[in-house]
Design a protein around this ligand. Structure first.
Ligand code: TYD
Length: 208
């Protein structure tokens, strides 16, 4: 049996990833493509516990370095618990956020730098580089207009627009740096149009 493909979805908070995950799920199910959906941080028992620490509004004194290391730790555990078993059984894995989130949020926006984030994520980068990463290109201004019902206790939501602009610039830099792996999709279109482009992209990358 051939190994499954590993796909990741990336974008600023509120870029419409969740809707696209749902639409892709419908497509995969309809076409009988065996797959799993998972997310970061989280996706397994231990990684969901780490997620709780990371996204808990009460942990505002957490250092940027600690935050980056917890994302990396959660990632390693999640790869072992969910990603590897699915890939080795030939399933397609679709992961909502992955190492590019650490580059965009921690390296660029928090300013920890590309080298530090690469170093602490070397396991993921060397062994589990995605076959395709879809970046949903929507500016933070557009994303905030779209996003409703944001949880006020969410520490990351409080970080503000300046931070999210840096995240967005980080993603754009990553997409320029890795054009082979990262596909940029204009996320200001209708959900149906975006879904169509996602499927076309994944087919072109031999992931479907
Ligand atoms: P979540 O509620 O899942 O947001 P979204 O629906 O936008 O994906 O929260 C995940 C948050 O974690 C999001 O703000 C991005 C952040 N994050 C990082 O800062 N670094 C990372 O490595 C990952 C995986 C996520």
């Amino acid at each position: 049996m051939s190994r499954g493909k590993f796909i990741t979805f990336e974008g600023c908070d509120g870029c419409g990833k969740s809707t696209q995950l749902r639409l892709l799920s419908e497509y995969l199910t309809k076409n009988g493509i065996e797959h799993i959906f998972t997310r970061e941080p989280g996706g397994g028992k231990i990684s969901e516990s780490i997620r709780e620490i990371l996204l808990n509004g009460k942990n505002s004194e957490m250092t940027d370095e600690c935050e980056a290391l917890l994302y990396a730790a959660s990632r390693v555990q999640h790869l072992a618990d969910r990603v590897e078993p699915a890939l080795s059984s030939g399933k397609l894995v679709v992961c909502d956020r992955y190492v590019d989130s650490s580059f965009a949020y921690q390296a660029f926006a928090r300013g920890l730098g590309f080298d530090f984030i690469s170093k602490i994520n070397s396991f993921a980068l060397e062994k589990y580089l995605p076959d395709c990463t879809v970046f949903f290109d929507l500016t933070p201004e557009q994303a905030f207009v779209r996003k409703h019902g944001a949880d006020e206790n969410d520490r990351l939501e409080q970080a503000g627009m300046a931070f999210h602009k840096k995240v967005y610039e980080g993603y754009k830099t990553l997409a320029e740096k890795y054009p082979e792996r990262i596909a940029v999709i204009n996320a200001a279109q209708t959900p149906e149009q975006i879904a169509k482009e996602v499927i076309q992209t994944l087919k072109a990358k031999n992931c479907l």
